[in-house]
Write a protein that binds this ligand. Structure first.
Ligand code: GDP
Length: 369
């Protein structure tokens, strides 16, 4: 008996090894399907999509993703890059610029619910546009949304409805930006599409994409999430990821610092205050992150002793790269960025050294708040 079974929804080879990869089916179900020589088996993802209108994320390697992007430039499409506002530089897909071609491209900044209430949307959009331009991307429009809290979704859906009159809409993004949550929210708004769902993939490749048919004959297309080595998320275990992923609007925590002071953001971030007046630094991060102020002279020894215990996350046995730092001396009030963790607002005229594991997600921008 040929034991390679194919999902009739998406055509992926069924497997019971990796729930994140395409074609996954729990062992018991796969064994049963093999025993019955079944020919009408859905993988778990297609099953959920059909029965619960629910998209589950799939990871794919970057070569496959590039192949998918390549096909984009040969057709009329709207390309939607969903980005995580808390890990923006790592979720912006700069590789898109080669593939967007003449197609329209928009940026959707997700997790806006986490910003404090008084945040100016125009400031965030300006910053996103500048960053996109810097890597050669020119978004036609920018939306700030919360997929989970359904914030600003009607505006985005109106836009997509309009745009999809004469083309398909492709959603792209790195993993963990909330692309699945967003597509599920959109499906939810579209009502009952249970029987309409079809899934398909490019013939001759192992590529997955999920096509959600619209009334106007076009499709919303979900593409695999890209795992980026430059995302802290791909170095942390699920528990720690949960701890640093804020669920509620960020509550600023202010620390009065002098040169010679160091502030730890759990075991994942560190700021040394090198020069400037006595001043306050404001941390915007998840509440589960342990913040600790100490003297820079003792900071290395303190870290060695307490990482994984007091300074968490990381907890336990995660194989994180060592902390590595970069100096910044902003001439305007700025946010030091700790991608995936949060940001720290520092005043103009101070000199700091900021650290993350292998400098992942480290950056700076003009203060947003
Ligand atoms: P995907 O890998 O891009 O498909 O991302 P998911 O949809 O699986 O979401 C990744 C994580 O982000 C999950 O922990 C979600 O709960 C969280 N998330 C998604 N959307 C939002 C949002 O609008 N706000 C917040 N705070 N978290 C979100």
């Amino acid at each position: 008996m040929n034991d390679e079974l194919i999902c009739i929804g998406c055509g992926a080879v069924l497997q019971d090894q990796d729930p994140k990869k395409s074609g996954y089916l729990p062992s018991s179900a796969l064994t049963k399907a093999r025993e019955n020589e079944a020919s009408d088996v859905y993988c778990q993802r297609c099953f959920r999509l059909r029965h619960y209108n629910e998209i589950m994320p799939v990871e794919q390697n970057n070569d496959d993703f590039l192949a998918l992007l390549n096909s984009l430039s040969q057709q009329k499409a709207l390309v939607v890059n969903v980005v995580d506002l808390f890990d923006f530089s790592n979720s912006l897909l700069s590789s898109l610029k080669r593939f967007v071609g003449d197609n329209d491209f928009i940026l959707v900044g997700n997790k806006f619910d986490l910003f404090p209430k008084n945040t100016k949307q125009s400031k965030i959009k300006d910053w996103m546009r500048q960053e996109a331009n810097r890597v050669g991307l020119y978004p036609k429009d920018i939306f700030l949304i919360s997929a989970a809290k359904k914030l600003n979704l009607p505006e985005l859906i109106d836009y997509l409805n309009q745009a999809s009159k004469d083309r398909d809409v492709y959603f792209v993004g790195t993993t963990n930006v909330g692309k699945s949550t967003l597509i599920n929210a959109i499906i939810d708004q579209m009502g009952d599409i249970q029987d309409l769902i079809t899934t398909s993939r490019f013939p001759g490749t192992t590529l997955d994409k999920i096509e959600i048919p619209l009334d106007n004959g076009h499709y919303l297309v979900d593409t695999p999430g890209i795992l980026s080595a430059n995302q802290l998320a791909s170095h942390l275990n699920v528990k720690d990821l949960d701890l640093i992923s804020p669920k509620k609007p960020l509550k600023p925590a202010t620390y009065q610092l002098l040169p010679g002071n160091t502030l730890f953001l759990g075991g994942l971030g560190r700021i040394d205050y090198l020069a400037g007046p006595s001043t306050s630094f404001t941390v915007y991060a998840a509440r589960g992150l342990y913040l600790h102020r100490t003297k820079t002279a003792n900071a290395d020894a303190f870290y060695e002793k307490h990482v994984g215990e007091l300074l968490v996350p990381p907890r336990g046995d995660e194989n994180l790269p060592a902390l590595s730092g970069q100096e910044f001396s902003p001439d305007t009030k700025s946010d030091l960025l700790f991608g995936g963790i949060g940001f720290v607002t520092v005043p103009a005229g101070c000199v700091v050294k900021a650290y993350t594991p292998d400098q992942i997600g480290l950056g700076i921008r003009r203060a947003l708040i």
